[in-house]
Design a protein around this ligand. Structure first.
Ligand SMILES: Cc1cc2nc3c(=O)[nH]c(=O)nc-3n(C[C@H](O)[C@H](O)[C@H](O)COP(=O)(O)OP(=O)(O)OC[C@H]3O[C@@H](n4cnc5c(N)ncnc54)[C@H](O)[C@@H]3O)c2cc1C
Length: 367
C-alpha cells in the first residue's frame, strides 16, 4: 500500500512539473483525443509506463494495480495519453501472453518507452457488435499471409505504427480467426479519415488490398484469434477511462464555484460515485492480474461506468447554468464542456455498446 502511495506521489510530481513547464493542456476524454507522442516519451522516460510488464523488457514487474494508479492520475489531470494508450493497455499484455520471444523483444521495450502507437483492427462495416461476423480474409502465401478487407472506426490508425488485425483464415463465427500485426504506413493499406461530429478526426476506415504480413508478424496461434481478441477486449473495457473521462471539466467547474449549495451537492454525489467505481475497478483489476478475463464484473463495470460518465456531462451542464452562480464559468470550463458534450455519445458505444454488454452480463448471470 505504501508503495502504491509512493507511486501516486511520483505521478503527481511528474504531472505538476509537466503543467508548470507547459508540457500539456488538460482535456476531457484525453485517452481518445489527446495524441502527443512527446508526452508519451517523457512518461516512458520517467519510468511510468509498462509497470506491470517484466523488468527484462524494461518494465516494473509490478501488477495491474500499478498501472491503475498511473492511469487514474493521468486521466484526472486530463493528460494527453492517446499515443501510447492502446499499446500499453491491450497490445502489450497480448504480446506478453501470446507473442513469440522475438515479438516480445521487439515490441515490449518500445511500449515501455512510450514510442509505439498501436491501432485496434476489430470492427468492420458489417461486424461491430456482432464481431464474430468479421469478413477480412487472411490467405496463406510463401512465408506469410495476404490480408484483404476493410476495418472501420479504427481509432488513431492514421497516426499508428501498426494495427492488429483480426482476420478470417477459414470457418465461421468464432472459428478460424487469427490476429496479424500489420506495420504502418504500408502502400497496400489505405486509411481514410472519418470525422467526429466535432469535425475532428480520431478514427478511420482502413482498407487492406492483399497486404502481405510475414509469418513473424502473426500474433499468437493461428486459429486462436477469437479467444485472443476477447482477452484484449477485457483489458480494453475496464479502467478509469470508463468513469474519469470528464473529471478535468468537473475540476475546472469546482474552482470558482464558491458557495453554491445545489451544485456542491451534485458534485458531492459525483465524487461519491467515483469512489464506488474505484472500489469495483480494483476488484476487476485483480481478476485481470489472475488471468480471469471472462469475469462478468468487466462488462458490468463498463456499462454502468459509461452511463455514469455520460450523466456527469449533464451534471456539469447543470452546474455551469446554476441560476445561483455569481460569476460566469471560465473560458477553459466552456471549452472543456463543449469537448465533453461532443465526446459523450461515444462513451457507451466504443469497446462494445451498452446493449451488447448487458447481454453478456445476463448470459453470465444465467450460467
Ligand atoms: C469513439 C469510438 C472509437 C472506436 N474505436 C475503435 C477501434 O479503435 N477499433 C475498433 O475495432 N472499433 C472501434 N470502435 C467501434 C466500436 O467498437 C463499435 O462501434 C461497436 O462495437 C458497435 O458496433 P457497430 O457500430 O457496428 O454497431 P452495430 O453492431 O451495428 O449496432 C447498432 C445498434 O444495435 C444494437 N445491437 C446490436 N446487436 C445487438 C444485440 N444482439 N442486442 C441488443 N442490441 C444490439 C447496438 O447496441 C447498437 O445500439 C470505436 C467506436 C467509437 C464510437
Amino acid at each position: 500500500m505504501a508503495e502504491l502511495d509512493q507511486l501516486r506521489t511520483r505521478v503527481r510530481a511528474f504531472l505538476a512539473q509537466e503543467i508548470a513547464t507547459g508540457g500539456f493542456t488538460p482535456h476531457c476524454d484525453p485517452w481518445l483525443i489527446g495524441f502527443n507522442r512527446e508526452f508519451s516519451l517523457r512518461l516512458g522516460a520517467a519510468g511510468l509506463l509498462g509497470l506491470m510488464l517484466p523488468t527484462q523488457y524494461g518494465g516494473g514487474s509490478g501488477t495491474m494495480a500499478d498501472r491503475l494508479i498511473v492511469s487514474e492520475e493521468l486521466l484526472a489531470a486530463g493528460a494527453p495519453v492517446t499515443a501510447h494508450w492502446f499499446a500499453e493497455r491491450q497490445f502489450a499484455p497480448s504480446v506478453l501472453r501470446h507473442g513469440t520471444s522475438e515479438q516480445k523483444d521487439e515490441w515490449l521495450p518500445r511500449v515501455i518507452r512510450g514510442e509505439i502507437c498501436i491501432a485496434v483492427g476489430l470492427s468492420e462495416p458489417d461486424a461491430g457488435s456482432d464481431l464474430a461476423a468479421v469478413r477480412t480474409k487472411a490467405e496463406r502465401t510463401d512465408g506469410g499471409w495476404f490480408i484483404s478487407g476493410t476495418k472501420i472506426w479504427t481509432s488513431g490508425a492514421h497516426l499508428a505504427d501498426a494495427i492488429v488485425v483480426l482476420a478470417r483464415i477459414s470457418g465461421e463465427k468464432h472459428e478460424g480467426l487469427s490476429q496479424f500485426i500489420v506495420r504502418l504506413p504500408n502502400s497496400d493499406v489505405s486509411i481514410r479519415g472519418i470525422n467526429m461530429v466535432s469535425g475532428d478526426r480520431h478514427f478511420n476506415e482502413v482498407h487492406f488490398e492483399s497486404t502481405f504480413v510475414p509469418d513473424a508478424d502473426v500474433l499468437g496461434e493461428i486459429g486462436q484469434g477469437w479467444k485472443q481478441a476477447m482477452e484484449e477486449l477485457a483489458y480494453e473495457r475496464v479502467g478509469p477511462e470508463r468513469y474519469l473521462s470528464t473529471l478535468p471539466l468537473l475540476q475546472e467547474l469546482i474552482s470558482g464555484l464558491g458557495e453554491n449549495p445545489e451544485s456542491s451537492a451534485a458534485l458531492g454525489a459525483v465524487l461519491a460515485d467515483i469512489r464506488t467505481f474505484r472500489t469495483i475497478n480494483q476488484r476487476v483489476i485483480e481478476h485481470l492480474d489472475s488471468g480471469n478475463t471472462a469475469a462478468i464484473d468487466i462488462p458490468l463495470l463498463k456499462t454502468i461506468g459509461t452511463n455514469f460518465e455520460q450523466s456527469t456531462v449533464l451534471t456539469a451542464l447543470a452546474i455551469a447554468n446554476d441560476p445561483s452562480r455569481t460569476s460566469a464559468i471560465s473560458a477553459k470550463a466552456q471549452e472543456l464542456l463543449r469537448e465533453a458534450q461532443y465526446q459523450a455519445p461515444s462513451f457507451s458505444i466504443r469497446g462494445g455498446t451498452n446493449e451488447v454488454l448487458r447481454g453478456i452480463v445476463s448470459k453470465g448471470l444465467l450460467r
